[in-house]
Design a protein around this ligand. Structure first.
Ligand code: MLT
Length: 206
């Protein structure tokens, strides 16, 4: 088995040099957010893996001890494993390694920011829909040149405002250019999230 086969995944070739790495939320799978990816960018390739951790049968990208409390060793291990998968899939499909942008929802947003903090070379940027701090790395990476959009829900019962703001601070301190938006909704995605993400993505240079 090659590294690119280590995750069940979908790959949809695109017409541009950009690849969106699509990362579902808890209980989702590799098909869930493909339409969102296509709506955000009609031209990009889409790479969408399924999280390997099962929580009562629900796929996730890393283990948690309970809601909001993450198994940090597992976050580190899984972020590295996902980074290796992306590297292999990029090589196998002759994609542009410098132009991979994550689009993650909830648990998918959290593994995307973990990967950015631990393996910064993998992502050009990330759209974090309902993201929170996944871990505090021992050493801050250099994220200058990386673009991040965090879209948070004002009424989110899972992620409090301080946690979302801490993620913005962490990424900004590491040098990323971060845009933080608040939507008037809860943990669920809204049309506003997607419209804002599409517009933000249009402003990110390839
Ligand atoms: C997580 O576990 O990553 C977050 O609590 C979001 C979730 O998946 O519910």
């Amino acid at each position: 088995m090659t590294d690119a086969e280590t995750f069940i995944h979908r790959f949809v070739p695109g017409k541009s040099k950009r690849t969106l790495l699509i990362l579902h939320g808890t209980g989702g799978n590799e098909d869930d957010l493909l339409p969102v990816g296509r709506m955000l960018d009609p031209e990009s390739s889409l790479l969408s893996p399924r999280g390997k951790v099962l929580e009562n049968g629900a796929p996730r990208f890393f283990r948690r001890l309970r809601e909001g409390v993450f198994d940090e060793d597992d976050v580190i291990r899984r972020a590295n494993e996902l980074a290796d998968f992306v590297t292999a899939a990029v090589a196998e499909n002759s994609l542009d390694a410098g132009n991979v942008i994550a689009v993650g929802y909830s648990n998918g947003a959290n593994i995307a920011s973990a990967m950015m903090l631990l393996r910064p070379e993998i992502l050009r940027g990330a759209i974090l829909l309902r993201g929170q701090v996944p871990l505090i790395p021992e050493k801050l990476p250099d994220l200058s040149g990386k673009a991040v959009l965090l879209s948070s829900g004002k009424l989110d019962p899972i992620i409090d405002a301080d946690n979302a703001s801490s993620l913005v601070q962490l990424l900004t301190k590491a040098g990323a250019s971060v845009t933080h938006l608040w939507q008037p909704v809860g943990h669920e995605l809204s049309r506003n999230d997607l419209d804002a993400a599409r517009e933000w993505l249009q402003g990110v240079r390839g």
